[in-house]
Design a protein. Sequence first.
Length: 120
Amino acid sequence: MANISATFFSSFTPTSSGTTPTVFPVESDKAKGCGYYGQSDGLHTVQYSVQNFVGRIVIQGSLEGKPTDDDWFDVDSITGVSPGMTITDVSSFKGNFVWVRAVIESFTAGNINRVQFTHN
């Protein structure tokens, strides 16, 4: 099977004044994980690219075909405390997740350039 890829967040900066402020947590759309295709290796990879980021991004997985709010659990995360720095971090995790999503739990400064997900 070919690589499956999804962008959870791209160029994300919360709004604070002048418009409706961003309310956290912010959930991405869900993406199909290895378990959706019946793959047995369960290897997933996520790449975080952030700049001056202070906050927390969590990757969640679900084993359910039609997950409700209670069916998601944390499988990976990045906590940024990096004013003045651009960081790109790659992390892999295993599990036969049917669905995977990203959640921005907190965000007090900086930019999220991209949160990219892939598996094959």
